[in-house]
Design a binder for this molecule. Structure first.
Ligand code: MN
Ligand code: MN
Ligand code: ZN
Length: 290
């Protein structure tokens, strides 16, 4: 028997659900993940195939027998909680509600999503609309245990969420505030201008996160190196240690006691055989000081 992976480091990657959600667990297990992320439906369609009881039962059984947890779900890409088109806005709200339903059925802890793109309406307007969307969705899903996790963004186009203040303002406008959490994507915040590569910059970045949002809201990291320079606002993920954040930045993150129990998820380019994930997880584990 293979020895179970070391759960003192919660490390995993975004896993394909081809074949069913339970296949994501199998894939993650096969490469030694201790946490993982997945979609719960086709990521570029509005409507997904219904989750069958059998899918749910199989998924839960495999997960229980695995060394994986918590599980993070990433929402579908079409969703925009502050779309200016009424049609898209309504579809987005319905779709995010459906994602929460699926997460709840599967017992998923975290639903991660991008705040939204204001499409020219302005950031203040966008932030208001995102909060309004979340309030409506939360009302329809009262009592759910899955957390609504806002992901920090690179600020490409009209994306909201490239400043910690944006997330703070959204959270402040949400009524069921205890359901709100935050995921830091290292590539995104670096592209947005927050330093992670130098000791002083790293310290300042998380000092700022703590004072603006508060570290207790932080429930997940997307650990991606960045292809482009700090402040580029361009969202291009790079393999660990090969980008502008580099090993020094990830070494600080991997050895930061505040983040020891926070899941770290890779979203770096990969082939179906997942050898890049294996390599990136190895690279991150190597940075951990014994
Ligand atoms: Mn994302
Ligand atoms: Mn991400
Ligand atoms: Zn990204």
């Amino acid at each position: 028997m293979k020895k179970p992976p070391d759960r003192s480091i919660l490390l995993g990657a975004h896993m394909s659900i081809a074949g069913g959600v339970h296949c994501a667990v199998e894939r993650a297990t096969s490469i030694g993940c201790t946490t993982m992320q997945m979609f719960v439906k086709n990521n570029n369609q509005w409507r997904g195939k219904e989750l069958m009881t059998e899918d749910i039962v199989t998924y839960k059984k495999l997960l229980r027998e695995s060394s994986i947890g918590p599980v993070i779900v990433h929402d579908a890409y079409l969703i925009n909680l502050c779309a200016t088109s009424t049609d898209i806005l309504l579809k987005s709200r319905e779709a995010l509600k459906d994602e929460l339903d699926r997460c709840e059925m599967l017992g998923v802890e975290y639903l991660n999503f991008h705040p939204g793109s204001h499409m020219g309406a302005g950031e203040g307007e966008g932030i208001q609309r995102i909060a309004e969307s979340l309030n409506l969705i939360h009302e329809q899903t009262a009592g759910y245990r899955v957390k609504s996790v806002l992901e920090t963004t690179a600020g490409q186009g009209t994306a909201i969420g490239y400043r910690f203040e944006h997330l703070r303002q959204i959270i402040d406008l949400v009524e069921q505030r205890d359901r709100m959490a935050v995921c830091v994507d290292t590539c995104h915040i670096f592209a947005a201008g927050y330093d992670l590569a130098t000791e002083a910059g790293y310290a300042q970045t998380f000092r700022e996160f703590d004072s603006v949002i508060g570290l207790p809201r932080l429930v997940a990291f997307h650990v991606n190196d960045a292809k482009r320079e700090r402040g580029s606002r361009i969202d291009r993920h790079e393999h660990i240690g090969k980008g502008m954040i580099g090993n020094a930045g990830f070494r600080m993150l991997m050895n930061d006691d505040r983040f020891k129990t926070i899941p770290k998820i890779l979203e770096t380019p990969k082939e179906p055989d997942m050898k890049e994930d294996v390599e990136n997880m190895r690279a991150l584990r190597r940075l951990v000081k014994k």
